[in-house]
Structures are given as C-alpha cells and as structure tokens.
Design a protein around this ligand. Structure first.
Ligand code: PMP
Length: 410
C-alpha cells in the first residue's frame, strides 16, 4: 500500500487528544479499547463539522442542507461497504451497534424460519449479545440453543463442530474475536463446514473490525455485525452486513418513517433495502463519524497495524507471565490484543480500583461473557486490551503498578 500513512505510534497518539490527559495526577494509560476505543481528531472533527455546517434530516428534504446530510450519511455507508469488501452499499444496514444487528437477524431473518425443536448453534465464548437474542427467540419459537465447546486455552473445539451440525441447525452464531479471551476464531473454516449443511452463519465482528482487514466475502459468512465505537468511531452507530438477496427476502423488523414506500390505513408497502431496515431518523452524525473512522483506519497499512498490536500483545503477555500468582485466562495460539487475567486472591474489582489510581484504565468483571467465566471457574477477570495507540512503555507502567498492588495485598 504505497499511499499508506507511516505507522508511527508517536504521531498516531497525537491524533487522540484524550491520551494527553492525566488521571489521578498520572498520565492516562488507556487499556480498555475492547470496551470502547478512543476517538481520533479526524472522527471528532467530522462529527463537529457535520453539526456546525451540514446538520439536517436525511432523505426527506429538497433543501441543500438535507441533501448534504444525505450525501454524507450515504457516503459513510459506501465507505463501510468498501472497507469490508461488501458487494454494494445496499448490503449495509446501519444499526445502533452489534447488539442491534444480532437482534435484527434474530427477529427478522430467523424467527419466521424456526419450528419447535430446531437448533441455533453458538460457541461457549460468545458475548451476551450473541447469546441472549437467540435465547429469547428460542423462548418465542420452541427452538433450542446448542453450544460449541471450547478448550482450556479458550479455543473452539473444532473437532466437536461436525457432530453438532445437522439439518436441524437453522443458524450458527460465532464471535470473530473474543472480547473476554482475545481468541481469533477460524471463521472461514467454520463457515465452510456450516455451508456443507446450508446453515447460515452470523459473525459477531465487534472486536475484529478494528484489528485488521475484514473481507466478508472471503470469510463466507451470511451476516457480519459491527459497532462503530470499537473501531475509533462514535457510540450508538454500527452495522449489519448481509447479501442484498438475503436482506430482500427478510421482512422489516421495526415500522415507522423511512422504511416505507406507501402507507394507507389498509396496508403499507416497504422501501428497498437497506432503508427497509432503518425506520425513523437515524444516527446521522454517528454514521458520518463512522465513515471518518473507516477513513482513519484505512489510512494505515493493515499489516503494519496488526503487527504493532501483536508486538504490544506479545510484550505484555511475557511481562505479565513473570508476575507471581498471575494467571492469564485465554491462551489461544491465535490471539488479538486482549489479555484477561487474575492475580492470586485479589478480587479483580479491587485490582482495577487500585490500578486506576496509577492512571491506568483496565476493565474488570465478566465482560458480558458470563459463560466464559463459568467455564474457567472464575467470577471475573481483569482485562487489558490494546489499540493502535498503545506502547510498550505503557505496558511497563502497568507492570510496575501491578507489582506495587501485589505488595499492598501481600
Ligand atoms: N460482541 C462483542 C465481542 C463485544 O465485545 C461487544 C461489546 N463489548 C458486543 C458484541 C456488543 O457491542 P455493542 O455494545 O456495541 O452493541
């Protein structure tokens, strides 16, 4: 990629004004990107510019501002489509995020197809967003939720998968990268196996999308769900990708303005895709910010970006392993920038609170993946997660803080 920006962490950090601030008198170290990434000036500026200069409702106005807002909103759809190698922008439905995208597929695509006794397959490492909507659907239809097991390293038990596939399975939902363990799943291989039974596959891409190129066509999935705030964009905006023919065949799931062609009291008819799935005024500024986030991520050579994050991950893993009594939860062979851990009998919440006083933001809890915690027999973990702005020096600050915290609890 000859036009790519040189991957220089120092200059990248200058894009993120929040990284200059202090917390409890210490320079902020932000290790909670898996919960929500920080926003670069490019995204903040795009949202600011939208409200200052172009703000109006989309699709409905002949006036100039409305047309500008529509162009920006639809332009963001096109950017996202190209970013994930969709066939066209009509394959992108804007949603509030991954959670809403999964619920949309559950209610619009799957619900009409389910009979009592049918099965929905998910893995043991799913975020609640890829469990609970299917459980609700099972309650509504009499279908049954089945689980692909994981091993002690936090990897999918691929040997168990063929035995779980059958004509009863009406959808397989899988997380691309686990937010609790960092495991990168062999998505293309799972899709290939599912296809031999004609089973549609939904991929929860919330964590994968900021960590390298995603090509929905190469993966071979049927649905891909993502969130803007995980990829350096705004909260409250995300997307569902599905092939146009799939979306065409799905009924709308929310009714209202924008999603109709004609309304009478007797009957209404639906707009084309993707508008059919975007009832009401959308999060226009959010979409504009998401488009700017796509531009931002696309400005880097993905290989350099992935390699930087991997270096920080490997460095941090090595350093954490040296700490007495520290156990890493999730040691898959193929991992992205997430490390969950526990230390002796220090409760992760206590650890997080003390570490915060060192200016370091890490996450503690079940990470919306309670079945993962149950599998590993822990109530919670502490989790550090990395973005393109993190450095080895920040890891050193964490290690120092962990040593002094251990001393406090000894
Ligand atoms: N799936 C995974 C793997 C996640 O990490 C998250 C966010 N923590 C979600 C789904 C839900 O994303 P959102 O809250 O943006 O809808």
């Amino acid at each position: 990629m000859s036009s790519a920006r040189i991957f220089d962490v120092g200059s990248i950090r200058e894009d993120f004004p929040i990284l200059c601030r202090e917390v409890h008198g210490k320079p902020l170290v932000y290790f909670d990107t898996a919960s929500s990434a920080q926003r670069p000036l490019q995204v903040i500026g795009a949202v600011d510019d939208f409200y200052r200069r172009h703000n109006a409702n989309v699709h409905r106005g002949v006036h100039s501002l409305s047309q500008e807002a529509t162009d920006l909103y639809e332009g963001a759809r096109g950017k996202l489509a190209r970013f994930i190698n969709a066939n066209s922008e009509r394959e992108i439905v804007f949603t509030r995020g991954t959670t809403e995208a999964v619920n949309l597929v559950a209610q619009s695509f799957l619900r009409p197809r389910l009979q009592p006794g049918d099965e929905i397959l998910v893995s043991h490492m799913e975020h609640h967003a890829n469990i609970v909507p299917w459980q609700m659907l099972c309650e509504q239809t009499g279908a049954v939720l089945k689980v692909i097991p994981i091993n002690n390293r936090g990897e999918l038990e691929m040997e168990a998968l063929p035995g779980l596939l059958s004509e009863r399975v009406k959808l397989l939902g899988l997380v691309h990268i686990s937010n609790a363990l960092g495991t990168i799943n062999p998505v293309a291989e799972v899709c290939r196996l599912a296809k031999s039974w004609d089973i549609p596959v939904l991929i929860d891409g919330a964590q994968a999308i900021p960590h390298g190129p995603v090509d929905v066509q190469a993966l071979g999935c049927d649905f891909y769900c993502l969130s803007g705030h995980k990829m350096y964009g705004p909260t409250g905006i995300g997307a569902l990708w599905a092939r146009e023919a799939t979306l065409e065949a799905m009924p709308p799931w929310q009714g209202g303005g924008e999603m109709i062609l004609k309304v009478t009291f007797e009957q209404s008819t639906w707009n084309d895709v993707p508008a059919k799935f975007e009832a009401g005024t959308p999060h226009i500024a959010g979409a504009v910010g998401l488009g700017a986030a796509v531009d931002y991520l696309s400005s880097f050579d993905p290989v350099e970006m992935v390699s930087h994050e991997k270096q920080v991950l490997d460095y941090a893993t090595g350093k954490l392993e040296e700490i007495d009594g520290l156990r890493i939860i999730g040691t898959a062979g193929n991992k992205a920038g997430v490390i969950s851990f526990i230390i002796d009998d220090i409760h992760p919440h206590d650890l997080g609170t003390v570490i915060d006083h060192h200016g370091i933001a890490l996450r503690t809890g079940h990470h919306c993946a309670m079945p993962v915690m149950q599998f590993f027999g822990v109530p919670a973990t502490a989790r550090v997660s990395f973005g393109l702005y993190n450095t080895r020096q920040e890891v050193d600050a964490l290690i120092e803080a962990l040593h002094s915290t251990r001393g406090m609890f000894a």
